[in-house]
Design a protein around this ligand. Structure first.
Ligand SMILES: Nc1nc2c(ncn2[C@@H]2O[C@H](COP(=O)(O)OP(=O)(O)OP(=O)(O)O)[C@@H](O)[C@H]2O)c(=O)[nH]1
Length: 201
């Protein structure tokens, strides 16, 4: 793919990398190692809304890598899961994942997927995709089997599910964009890159 500018994905997320590469973008990956828990904790304690927390974290990652690679277009990302006003963090253990999935069972939760593009230490573009996901009532037996089968695969997913794998069986309804669930507002991002001429139109 002929691209006019170098694009760097400042994320350690495999699916984000794969989505962009499968779309034909020749991107580099440079995960931004920021203290997400500290930054998120501070923002949440100030009462910042979930979508703005995701935006701020995505911006912090993009800004950090842009400082190192000022000429490139740097994409920072962050995804927040909230159940009503409460932000749930990525489950660290299968037990925490089980508790979290039990809380989400039979409820509607939201994912806020933020992406921010920096160049030369300045923000160029930002978007927060929002999705509503209704989870069916999950039995304890199924939940145990689901985690036994999928923990290794879903441990890095914010909701302990991958929609493109068995996780789809947890849901009865999803209002929003498939890619935004996976972790990137792809359609908005690609539209921007095409509009600005980074990608051929
Ligand atoms: N494959 C897959 N990944 C998902 C899904 N839902 C959420 N995720 C992932 O959950 C992770 C959300 O955590 P983040 O903190 O935004 O990102 P990260 O993986 O820690 O990577 P960084 O961008 O380096 O912070 C991302 O990697 C998302 O891609 C899904 O349905 N499928």
């Amino acid at each position: 793919m002929h691209m006019t500018e170098q694009i760097i994905l400042a994320s350690g997320s495999e699916i984000r990398r794969d989505l962009l590469r499968r779309a034909g973008l020749d991107i580099q990956v440079m995960p931004a190692r920021i203290d997400e828990d500290a930054l998120r904790g501070g923002l949440v304690s100030e009462g910042v809304q979930p979508r703005d927390v995701a935006d701020a974290l995505a911006e912090a990652k993009a800004r950090k890598i842009s400082g190192k690679e000022p000429g490139a277009l740097v994409i920072g990302c962050d995804q927040i899961l909230n159940l009503g006003p409460e932000i749930l963090s990525k489950p660290e253990t299968p037990e925490i994942a089980r508790d979290q999935l039990q809380r989400l069972s039979g409820q509607t939760h939201m994912l806020q997927s933020a992406a921010v593009i920096y160049q030369g230490g300045e923000p160029l573009w930002r978007h927060v995709g929002v999705v509503r996901l209704r989870m069916r009532e999950i039995s304890e037996a199924y939940l145990d089997d689901y985690l036994a089968r999928n923990w290794e695969s879903v441990r890095h997913s914010v909701g302990a599910y991958k929609l493109e794998e068995e996780g789809v069986r947890l849901f009865t309804r999803i209002d929003g964009d498939y890619f935004t669930v996976l972790g990137l507002p792809m359609l908005e991002l690609l539209s921007y890159l095409t509009m600005r001429g980074t990608l051929p139109s």
